[in-house]
Design a protein around this ligand. Structure first.
Ligand code: ZN
Length: 323
């Protein structure tokens, strides 16, 4: 992709394009910001433009094609081995960066998940950053910049990326995926500013599956334990998407709360479930809605700490049903 084809992040793109046109390229960049909002896409567009034979990131020249296909000899990708980036990988990188570029003017290293440096690896990388060689560029990408050594952070030019505006994501979804505007708004609201979430397998979760989940959730009642337990069973069967499911439940009760306080439909996420939302807003007081939201928060807290998942879900659903 070229810079033009990537949605949003105008300020960051301008900074990088200015660096290229003025030939003031930093020897190290830190791209920091939430997951799935396009940091790696922008880094790749930057690299492509830097190495392009036309200087534009044309997408046609042999250099652009190699960047797209991940086989350009002057780009070194550094990924975590297991859950860490280790010192041996940095030594290998130093070796690679010490050689002259084979095709263009730059040797570039892209590290995605830079928070995963071990302390040893971080310190070794620091040496490379302190004594930069001309023509080498290191791009660190991370969603958790606070986990990097301060000394590494201070040696990089920082570009901070933020969530994309909901409206922006919704427009792209209607344009490119021909979703109707209600569907696009729902997905954009639940994707939390991330294109990665808005596209792909979350789409089915955010549309059809969300409707079913909310129907089951709103049918729970304090007196009937069996349906509550079997719903917990169902939720536990797909642990990978549990955080997204909790987000869906949270958005649902937030909608009910907004509706019961007279907020317009514009502000709601579940625009296709107005019947259920209206019913729930008549049934529950602000206090009980707040208790339901608290039960969700507590479950999220426990699940992050790897406690017994089944138990956490059962407790959460019982608290929601009885609030
Ligand atoms: Zn090109």
């Amino acid at each position: 992709m070229t810079f033009d084809e990537i949605t949003g992040h105008k300020k960051q793109k301008d900074i990088l394009l200015r660096a290229i046109s003025s030939q003031h390229i930093s020897h190290a960049y830190l791209f920091a910001g939430p997951e799935g909002i396009g940091k790696r896409l922008i880094a790749t567009a930057f690299i492509r433009t830097l190495l392009c034979e036309q200087g534009t990131g044309c997408g046609q020249c042999s250099s652009c094609l190699k960047v797209e296909h991940h086989n350009h000899p002057d780009i070194h990708f550094l990924d975590a081995e297991g859950s860490a980036i280790k010192i041996d990988q940095i030594r290998e990188l130093q070796q690679v960066l010490s050689l002259r570029p084979l095709e263009g003017d730059y040797k570039i290293c892209l590290v995605d998940g830079a928070e995963q440096f071990t302390t040893g690896a971080g310190n070794a990388l620091l040496k490379t950053l302190e004594e930069p060689q001309s023509g080498t560029i290191i791009i660190l990408i991370t969603s958790q910049p606070e986990r990097l050594l301060t000394t590494i952070r201070s040696r990089c030019q920082k570009l901070i990326f933020r969530h994309l505006p909901k409206q922006h994501i919704a427009e792209v979804l209607t344009d490119k995926l021909s979703l109707n505007s209600t569907e696009a708004k729902i997905i954009a609201a639940l994707a939390d500013g991330s294109f990665k979430k808005a596209l792909g397998k979350n789409q089915e979760l955010f549309l059809e599956k969300r409707q079913k989940l909310i129907q089951s959730l709103s049918a729970l009642s304090a007196g009937s334990i069996i349906p509550t337990f079997s719903f917990a069973d169902e939720l536990e069967s797909d642990k990978e998407i549990l955080p997204d499911i909790l987000d869906i439940f949270q958005a649902f009760y937030r909608d009910v709360l907004l509706l019961s306080h007279g907020r317009s439909e514009e502000d709601l996420v579940n625009l296709d479930l107005l019947d259920i939302l209206n019913k729930q807003s008549q049934l529950f007081s602000t206090t009980s809605l707040m208790l339901k939201l608290k039960a969700l928060d507590a479950a999220r807290f426990h699940l992050r700490r790897n406690v017994n998942c089944r138990l956490a879900l059962e407790v959460m659903l019982m608290r929601i049903a009885s609030a």
